[in-house]
Design a protein around this ligand. Structure first.
Ligand code: FAD
Length: 622
């Protein structure tokens, strides 16, 4: 054994999944070793320097509510904040931050260095050590063996990574970083199934060479919000992004490179993210469109490096360069590095339990891109869950699983384990059937009590939640009781084009009208302003959502409770699928493979139809 005693949790890889896993397990009291190839790239943002966005922003809020770190780090290092979808209902509001790439990585490293119980080792892991179908450690390139009671693999895009730029291809895990070999080969020998996926990134350019006067400015929110429910800073100044467009001339130049395209010529075998296509893919698939939007995003407060969002490409570098210079504002652009595509190994996540522990090897967990997902947020939340579960398992505690009606994190893991994925999986609001309940404004109410009972979310977080709950209830009561006379409000209602009232009306009834918002009402009604003055903004916001959407929320809670009945029905080990001739062939195969824990989980396995679920219910005597 080298250097250290036996660890509780060994985390391999310090990307977004690995960092959250290490922090969570350590903060819960595990002795953690974080082994990563390069300590200078801890929490590197491989692609765009941004956190959050539609559905992803909700995930960051959930990670924060449970006691994870990504939200705090984003708040400390962002350069712009926008709440997307503000014009839609609150279930769609999605926080998004433009980050300072270097500061983000630096802040994560400082956070981990200041976390008690985390040791570091910089080297490539080449394999795991297995005894009696249980992982007991990892082996490194130098031949060092570290012993651990559990191991979390978070290798990202590094497993047998192959980078493509035009006809050139070379091994690498990310630009200028080595790939990881040995792990896939060993896991396959142990019986794991592996697949291949692909992703890509755009060129980076020198901001000093761009003409921003030819682009549209995209500013952050006038009153920026933030991610963490703790008392983290909000932005007092922001950096703008810019919007420009490709044009037919750009497309013609890009087409010249098609015959050298690794994608079109079939050299790339792995499937890429459909919703995040390369620019060549866009002009090929949408040939009738003569322009595509490009977001020009600064990479930080002080760097001149700029990220060209929307121009992901694996065409030859000279083609990328020539095409780029035909974009308005990019006529004199200097490139820092070309875009590229990367192919890498992943492990179909149907090989995992809902705790992210592998079914084949005990105490071995997978989290992040290794499970076929894409995105920092998707990786971070899996890391958090794997870290929590690895800690719980080695300390003899209960598994921690989130329901689909409790969190996007629950939806993500449930989808991965039950449905698997053929293409890089990213979160969308449409994947969450209970999305009305899973809002960015209430992740703390949903999850902090759970995080607190795990020993991860601090007392301070829990105290804030209790106070928010208390104040919200008081505000709801106040709004239900606050009476308004017609004379006080009708003038304003007329101005607003809203129907006037003919008798004393409670504030709550007016608030339920779609065009009436609390700040407007408070402006007209000094008494209401006075009564609400003592309450926190997040409690006011919560109360308004609860009263405005009361009927929808009630219906959704009932729906979730009905679904929960199936979730509560444990079937693991109780049913012999082979002895059920009425099951379809596909359902039997999938049930045998996935071994669902509950009837609810069985019902969501792709290939298990409602008729198959009825068969299971008959066997269960229901
Ligand atoms: P990573 O962030 O990749 O981190 C893996 C970590 O593991 C690294 O620190 C690495 O050094 C370490 N490591 C790997 N193997 C070993 C080993 N054997 N021993 C020790 N350490 C090891 N996401 C999107 O949402 N949209 C996109 O368009 C997009 N494009 C991308 C383009 C490119 C070129 C790349 C590389 C990634 C892209 N991503 C994109 C994905 C995004 O970067 C990942 O989803 C996210 O970073 C995954 O986090 P992770 O923690 O799983 O892995």
């Amino acid at each position: 054994m080298f250097q250290q005693e036996e660890y509780d949790v060994i985390v391999v890889g310090a990307g977004h999944a690995g960092c959250e896993a290490a922090a969570a397990a350590a903060n819960m009291g595990s002795k953690v070793l974080l082994v990563t190839m390069n300590m200078n790239t801890i929490a590197q943002m491989s692609c765009n320097p941004a956190m959050g966005g539609v559905a992803k922003g909700q995930i960051v809020r959930e990670v924060d509510a449970l006691g994870g770190q990504s939200g705090i780090i984003t708040d400390k290092t962002m350069i712009q904040f926008r709440m997307l979808n503000r014009s839609k209902g609150p279930a769609m509001w999605s926080p998004r931050a433009q980050s300072d790439r270097m500061r983000f990585a630096e802040e994560w490293r400082m956070t981990l260095e200041q976390t008690l119980n985390v040791d570091f080792w910089q080297e490539a892991v080449t394999g795991i050590v297995v005894e009696n179908d249980t992982v007991v450690g990892v082996k490194t390139q130098l031949g060092i063996e570290f012993r651990g009671k559990s191991v979390v693999l978070t290798n990202g895009t590094f497993l047998n990574g192959l980078i493509h730029i035009g006809e050139k291809q070379f091994g690498g895990g990310r630009a200028a970083e080595s790939r990881s070999t040995g792990i896939t080969e060993q896991l396959k020998e142990l019986g794991f199934e592996a697949g291949r996926m692909k992703t890509g990134t755009p060129p980076r350019v020198d901001g000093r060479s761009l003409d921003y006067s030819k682009m549209e400015e995209q500013s952050g929110d006038a009153e920026p919000s933030k991610f963490s429910y703790l008392d983290t800073p909000t932005l007092t100044k922001q950096r703008p992004c810019y919007i420009t467009y490709t044009n037919p001339e750009v497309h013609e130049i890009l087409k010249e490179g098609f015959e050298k395209s690794p994608m079109f010529q079939g050299r790339i075998k792995g499937l890429g993210p459909r919703y995040c296509p390369s620019v060549e893919d866009k002009i090929n698939r949408f040939a009738d469109k003569d322009r595509h939007q490009i977001f020009v995003e600064p990479e930080g407060w002080s760097t001149v490096e700029v990220y060209v969002n929307g121009f992901s490409s694996s065409l030859p570098e000279d083609v990328q360069y020539r095409a780029l210079r035909k974009i308005a504002g990019f006529e004199n652009a200097k490139m820092f590095r070309p875009g590229y595509a990367i192919e890498y190994d992943f492990f179909p996540p149907t090989q995992l339990h809902l705790t992210l522990e592998t079914k084949r090897i005990q105490n071995l967990y997978f989290a992040g891109q290794i499970n076929g997902t894409t995105g920092y947020e998707e990786a971070a939340c899996q890391g958090l869950m794997a870290g929590i579960n690895a800690h719980n398992k080695v300390h003899g505690k209960e598994p921690f699983i989130l329901k689909r009606s409790e969190a996007y994190i629950g939806v993500l893991i449930d989808d991965l384990v039950n449905k698997g994925t053929d293409e890089p999986y990213r979160m969308f609001t449409s994947r969450a059937e209970h999305r009305i309940l899973l809002r960015q404004d209430n992740a703390d109410l949903r999850l902090t009590p759970l995080g607190h009972s795990l020993g991860l979310a601090s007392d301070e977080r829990m105290e804030r939640v209790r106070e928010k709950e208390k104040q919200t209830a008081e505000v709801v009561k106040l709004l239900k009781n606050f009476a308004i006379e017609p004379a006080e409000i009708n003038g304003w209602l007329e101005e607003m084009g809203s129907a006037t009232i003919h008798e004393r009306t409670r504030a709550v009834n007016l608030l339920r009208r779609p065009n009436v918002e609390l700040p407007d009402l408070a402006l007209v009604l000094p008494g209401l302003t006075l009564a609400l003055g003592q309450y926190r903004p997040d409690a006011l916001e919560q109360a308004v959502i609860l009263v405005k959407y009361e009927a929808y929320l009630e219906k959704e809670h009932q729906q979730a409770a009905r679904v929960q009945e199936l979730e509560n029905f444990t079937i693991k080990g109780r049913l012999d699928y082979k002895a059920m001739p009425a099951l379809s062939h596909e359902a039997r195969e999938k049930l045998l493979k996935i071994q669902p824990e509950t009837l609810g989980q069985a019902s969501r396995i792709s290939g298990v139809s409602p008729a198959d679920v009825s068969v299971l219910m008959v066997y269960l005597g229901r």
